[in-house]
Design a protein around this ligand. Structure first.
Ligand code: G
Ligand code: G
Ligand code: MN
Ligand code: NA
Length: 257
């Protein structure tokens, strides 16, 4: 049995779920969350998105999967809004190249979001550098249309790709996301620390927000705060958790406020 064959039935079989990992501000309040897909395959067991997303991209199934993830994200947001998360809570959704460059992408995103009682300002799309460089002008045009609709954009895995200052300024980005590979050894590796520090400074000088992912310890967080980073995501706060658990995470963090 191959992943490709099994993947094509997995949406109908309800084998996917969307987990949520909180994103935390420097004052420890909650800024939002990242939606992360999980697959429990009847035939193959648990398969990580790192393994099956590339296959779904190859086969084109990522288009359907991506729409489903966005529906799940909007539905969760709609439910949580009654808990008092506030209008500035943002839910980040990962987008693959095939999705962004599909003909219907802009109208699909608009029509899905419009089916829920949520504000498009609460949705953030995470794009990667390697995706954007495939066709900067088309990416820019689609991002601008969605930006007008209220959506914001984060540049995922920043620092691992073809970082070019030229396109950073051309694109309507709102946030840079420091890749976890630079956070992991931040305290021991001078080069990684220097890169993280530089990304934070770059974001601040371009007027972009910046978030560090893969933050596992207070010491990593504190070093990032020294660099001027104000948002954090990682096991220090929580792994990605299912919708019900995330609801309780929200209730707890709203209680503390
Ligand atoms: O959750 P985890 O760290 O295992 O995710 C591994 C990779 O899978 C990450 O790079 C993440 O961006 C990607 N991924 C997770 N969920 C989605 C999704 O819904 N859509 C896309 N395109 N990628 C996702
Ligand atoms: O979309 P992106 O490539 O950013 O996906 C984030 C991935 O990183 C997810 O697979 C998530 O499970 C993983 N992750 C999130 N927080 C941590 C962390 O603190 N440490 C490690 N090692 N991985 C993390
Ligand atoms: Mn991401
Ligand atoms: Na990332």
């Amino acid at each position: 049995v191959t992943v490709e064959k099994v993947l094509s039935n997995s949406l109908n079989n309800h084998e996917f779920s969307v987990y949520f990992q909180p994103q935390i501000k420097v004052d420890n309040s909650i800024e939002g969350a990242e939606a992360l897909i999980r697959w429990k395959s009847q035939a193959l067991g648990d398969i990580s998105p790192g393994e099956f997303i590339p296959i779904a991209e190859e086969s084109g199934m990522i288009i359907e999967i991506g729409k489903w993830v966005l529906h799940e994200a909007c539905s969760a947001l709609e439910e949580w809004s009654s808990l008092g998360i506030g209008n500035d809570f943002k839910l980040a959704v990962n987008i693959s190249a095939n999705q962004l460059f599909s003909e219907e992408f802009v109208t699909d995103v608009q029509s899905i979001i419009s089916q829920y009682s949520i504000n498009p300002r609460q949705i953030k799309l995470e794009l990667t550098e390697s995706l954007l460089v495939k066709n900067i002008s088309e990416a820019k045009s689609k991002m601008n249309q969605l930006k007008e609709f209220g959506i914001s954009f984060s540049l995922d895995d920043f620092g691992t790709g073809y970082s070019s200052l030229a396109y950073l300024q051309r694109l309507p980005l709102d946030q840079l996301k420091i890749d976890q590979s630079f956070v992991r050894d931040l305290l021991d590796d001078k080069n990684d620390a220097e890169i993280a520090k530089t990304v934070v400074a770059l974001a601040n000088s371009l007027g972009l927000a910046v978030i560090a992912e893969g933050v596992e310890s207070e010491m990593q967080r504190d070093r990032l705060v020294e660099f001027g980073c104000h948002s954090f995501q990682g096991f220090l706060y929580s792994p990605a958790i299912d919708r019900e658990k995330f609801k309780h995470f929200l209730l707890d963090s709203l209680k503390k406020k």
